[in-house]
Design a protein around this ligand. Sequence first.
Ligand code: ADP
Ligand code: MG
Ligand code: MG
Length: 930
Amino acid sequence: MGTLPAVRAARCVRTARSRRPVAGRQKKQKFVYDFTEGNKDLKDLLGGKGANLAEMTNLGLPVPPGFTITTEACKVYLESGQEPPALRDEVSAHLDALEQRMGRKLGAPADPLLVSVRSGAKFSMPGMMDTVLNVGLSDASVAGLAEQAGDERFAWDSYRRLVQMFGATVLGVPGELFEDALERAKRDRGAASDLDLDAACLRALVEEFKAIVAREAGRGFPQEPREQMDLAVRAVFDSWNTERAALYRRQERIPGDLGTAVNICSMVFGNLGADSGTGVAFTRDPATGHQGVYGDYLQNAQGEDVVAGIRNTVPLAELERIDKASYDQLLSIMETLETHYKDLCDIEFTIERGRLWMLQTRVGKRTAAAAFRIAVQLVDQGLIDEAEALRRVSGGQLAQLMFPRFDDAEAGAAGVRRIGWGIAASPGAAVGKAVFDSYTAVKWSRSGEKVILIRRETNPDDLNGMIAAEGILTSRGGKTSHAAVVARGMGKTCVCGAEELEVDTKRRRLTATGPDGAPVVLEEGDLVSIDGSTGKVYTGEVPVVPSPVVEYFEGRMHAGAEEADELVRAVHRIMAYADRVRRLRVRANADNAEDALRARRFGAQGIGLCRTEHMFLGERRELVEHLILADTDAERDKALGALLPLQRADFIELFEAMDGLPVTVRLLDPPLHEFLPDITELSVRVALAEAREDENENDLRLLQAVHKLHEQNPMLGLRGVRLGLVVPGLFAMQVRAIAEAAAHRLAAKGDPRPEIMIPLVGTVQELEIVRDEADAVIAEVERATGTRLRLPIGTMIELPRAALTAGQIAEAAQFFSFGTNDLTQTVWGFSRDDVEASFFTAYLEKGIFGVSPFETIDRDGVGSLVRAAAEAGRATRPDLKLGVCGEHGGDPESVHFFHDAGLDYVSCSPFRIPVARLEAGRAANAAATR
Ligand code: ADP
Ligand code: MG
Ligand code: MG
């Protein structure tokens, strides 16, 4: 594309500064592009809106002529505080050309050209300046406009809108002042809507608006058209740095220096009477993906009127009756756009006296279900290929489709009423009894009740209640509030910021307004249902329906079956494609046969993390006590001997469930005191017994042990490999259980593939000692059973030191599994349970990170350790198998990172396996097109 040397030159400066000297190559930078000069791929330079206006123009669609001021001009302004010196002349040249073309001059009294000034960055973001319409109108030109249009009311209506929009957005006058004045005018005249205000009235309103501007802005409304335009352009530039926009960018990781473009577009008028109007439309249904006519239309209206709810709109299909010619043309344009963009588009249009104009288009937002359906529909229509279809969906969308949902049909049933609509903070559908404090939540849930914890907002004191509750509902706070952050961390359903709910924790009640407008009071113990995927809150119990997509993954519904709906078929096809192209394997974190079997149904190719701590809980806790209290070798061996058959049986079941697939078993990781009684409870018991002079020897010894094992920082204390080195025989017993279980399965003609994983290794010496011991045990079992066992021994990489010395550690490890949970804790120095509850909200709000590093891998910090360790490990041992078993293994963005880092597999909870499979496919797909 030879037309845009300036763009290329600019890119070179930014991306290839060190490689190529730029002196002499830089041409004079071009800051203004006519709509005819741009295209949809120039979003960096022209913003999304400008690039698409240009694309439509070049497709020959009826777009009102105009031009775009580039993001580069904005950047200069943001850096220097001034528009680039060349900008004024360039704008003048383009304005001249536009005036020539339109046969009118901007704001000329007799026959004014009017324009809109519209912001448009590469990514649309909140906080950017609202569009100003009718720029160019003034006391002098309003009469000319009336004359030309033959409609005085229209001219004053347009002028009224300009002063209002300009006053509010460019001059910063509080918008309510105008709205209040408009309301008063309507009331005084008994007008039902703005349409009932006549020219004289609108004219009076303009005077009033101008007076408001003069009073509030400290300057009069500018009468000079070019000044209006320049001020509006500058205001768009300035809006890049509004607090809202800046915060949004920090949170969404959008660079702060992209700048926004500004579009100057000649006006077309939907407010010229009944044969005019304005509308919005989708090229297909954004909820289902079905092709058809979806949109709204409003006669005799301008701009945002159609979405502002000021008057009742009509469904787009009605336009056929109102203006058949425009309707047919619109449908044919929609088809052109779909075929061209090969995707669902949303559009804004205006009809001016029977003539259709296109004002905006972009690839439209859609629901998760529609994303899958549309992608497959487009493949079937031959518009895109399967690789593209895979690009069009995401793991996040698939995850949404896998949550159980409330049955919408039932949400209107007796006893069920919607009383609020807050922020969908953490997905899922939860039903329970309303409780208003943490204490009650814990108490009730202990006695088997399901509860929903309702608070105005939560704080760290609510943590126990949040753990006990089915779901959390707050009336304050957004997606980064304490409730939202902690609930997401726990995977618990949460609706927050349902502001219409009045929560009275003292009186333990919630007051709301029902759909009929009548007040609803919810007392402690009343049933409440919350939908964390939509943010909706209901009284009563809404029935929960399982997700058809989960039914499909569970194998209870087949994609080819009659009852399978279009969504299931679409998911099936896209998953099949993802599986075909992905390189990363996907394993499950599962500790028992039941989870393992589900994981297998969901497509797991092994177990990446089998924790063994549950094998020490329940009734077996007593055996652990014996182990800890053992004074002699004999006592200890006895305790271990009692644990051995139990663990072996667990492993046999697990290896059978995962027959033929690898199962990575992690030897005991948590500190031993977790298996001992609570220190306070035990102290009380001992004290009471003392008082009764009825001491229990065992309790006394236990208490001593508990004291001895008590740690200030258990996370950094005696756990993981350290336990194996300090408690004689513990790891050997576990290894024996694994080896004997494998031998047992082999004897039963099975295909067991266990792998032994040592946690929390910091140095190769630790691993060597444990490995030698394990090898000896395995050899013994082989001799005793007469079988040949292949049991790879590897380690977790979850301490910075392990990552930094990975080259050495690989000498003793046959595989690495990155424990990114602990690695994140130790790299950041964060204790997860403490920091999420106490200050993550503040960190997220300040934009220190956009998403918790426990949710998505911190590429720059933790990620670079992972990369370096993977590289060093493979340098030592080229066939070193690399995986990840932290929760990041099921996080979409992190999966892409692990693909790029060259790992062999990710491992995640069974439920997230489909998401990981899909994203692994998307990662391979993306890498192939890079
Ligand atoms: P947003 O980004 O909020 O959609 P837009 O720039 O699209 O803002 O404009 C707001 C409204 O004004 C939209 O309804 C749009 O269609 C309308 N509009 C923008 N420019 C013009 C114009 N030149 N003539 C008529 N209506 C316009
Ligand atoms: Mg728009
Ligand atoms: Mg760990």
